[in-house]
Ligand binder design. Structure first.
Ligand code: ATP
Ligand code: MG
Length: 381
């Protein structure tokens, strides 16, 4: 398997105004990122994760050492074309809408207008922001900004994704979606480098991890090897009658003097939380919060999404399985002027909290009527 990244003796020293050494953020590290793997870069605050990532992107020059990405310099345009990057802080142009943001980044990669439109729409749906497509990203909550940042990182369908704390600011559903997305990208043969402080997230998706401390690599290896406790065994069996359990315990005592425990396995808090939300969705309890993401953008899927991954995402997003051969709904095209009016109206409409009172219902009906008038007007053009 080829290496996407090769770093040997990599050093980054920050200097002050008088060129005096200020901080050795990365201190002589060797590592590689292998094609098709999900690699986790872990470490406490200030251990050099983001500095390493910025050197991979060609945003910072290494002070010493050798670094290649796709066999070439991290500064090469060819390498950048194949990389998607989610920065630690989501940097967005606050006056652009979510849709315009994706369109803009698509244009930087030279995508055609048609391709930009398709990808932007699919990505917005995938990250659960279709309803906010025409809102300025400057007003977004932290989680919404993270989601649009993720969509932006995937607009060029990159072979190598670098995600700096992708789950920070996301609710547990968003976290699970991001993790499922990372696994899906891996199944598509993509390579992913992810940094995170949420160790359980890293454990769920990474094949390998590197742990940094003070700019040096303190531990690295495959997840299986690092985490398996090799000197003990675990057997998980269905609930047994007390007598059967006593017999098993007697057999264990015959074979070892060491202490042992018999207990019930725990599910994770994440699984428990997602089940609670799932049940609430089934009971149609309304929420005014963020919606779950939709389908994985089909240009990212390319037809090889496994049923299990898709079904899981659909379940989380509360999407009913699609009936076969559903005729496509015709979407009316709005003129630019009407599109503007529509956004203004959408901004003005206040969605009342349930239970809906009569005045609010009337307000909503009026607004809906105005919207449908606009649509029928636009579709005539
Ligand atoms: N532009 C800079 N100028 C000076 N020092 C810097 C600069 N960027 C980072 N550093 C220093 O380099 C060290 C590593 O920082 P880095 O941002 O890489 O850490 P990190 O592992 O990403 O931390 P976090 O988990 O907080 O994001 C820190 O001591 C930091 O203060
Ligand atoms: Mg960082």
């Amino acid at each position: 398997m080829a290496n996407i990244v090769e770093a040997v003796g990599l050093v980054k020293e920050f200097r002050d105004f008088w060129n005096r050494p200020k901080a050795k953020a990365v201190n002589d590290i060797d590592f590689e990122v292998r094609e098709g793997e999900v690699l986790g870069l872990l470490g406490p605050n200030g251990s050099g994760k983001s500095t390493t990532v910025k050197m991979l992107l060609g945003l910072l020059y290494p002070t010493a050492g050798r670094l290649s990405v796709f066999g070439t310099s991290p500064r090469s345009v060819d390498a950048k074309r194949m990389i998607g990057y989610l920065p630690e802080e989501t940097y967005l142009y606050k006056y652009l809408t979510a849709y315009e943001t994706l369109d803009f980044f698509g244009s930087l990669f030279g995508l055609s207008a048609k391709e930009r439109k398709t990808r932007a729409e699919q990505l917005l749906d995938m990250v659960g922001l279709s309803h906010a497509a025409n809102r300025r990203v400057g007003e977004f909550s932290k989680g919404m900004a993270r989601r649009i940042g993720l969509a932006q990182a995937m607009i060029n369908d990159p072979a190598f994704l670098i995600l700096d704390e992708p789950t920070s600011g996301l609710d547990p559903i968003g976290c699970r979606e991001v993790k499922d997305l990372i696994l899906l990208l891996k199944r598509r043969g993509k390579t992913v480098l992810v940094t995170s402080h949420l160790l359980s997230d890293v454990e769920d998706v990474c094949d390998r991890v590197i742990i940094l401390y003070g700019g040096k690599i303190r531990a690295e290896g495959a997840m299986e090897e690092l985490l398996a406790v090799k000197n003990s065994s675990r057997i998980t069996i269905p609930e047994l009658p007390a007598e059967a359990l006593a017999k098993i315990e007697a057999v264990i005592r015959e074979n070892t003097d060491a202490k042992f425990t018999v207990d019930h396995p725990h599910r994770t808090l994440e699984d428990f939380f997602l089940n609670v939300v799932d049940d609430a969705k089934k009971e149609s309890i309304s929420t005014s919060g963020a919606t779950s993401g939709g389908e994985i953008a089909s240009y990212l899927v390319d037809g090889d999404i496994s049923e299990t991954g898709k079904a899981k995402l659909d379940r989380l997003a509360g999407v009913e399985p699609e009936p076969e051969e559903t005729p496509a709904e015709e979407v009316p095209v709005l003129s630019e002027q009407n599109q503007k009016k529509l956004s203004e109206l959408e901004d003005k409409v206040e969605v009342p909290e349930t239970p809906v009172d009569d005045a609010a219902r009337q307000q909503l009906d009026d607004a809906n009527k105005k919207l449908s008038d606009l649509f029928s007007d636009g579709s005539k053009k």
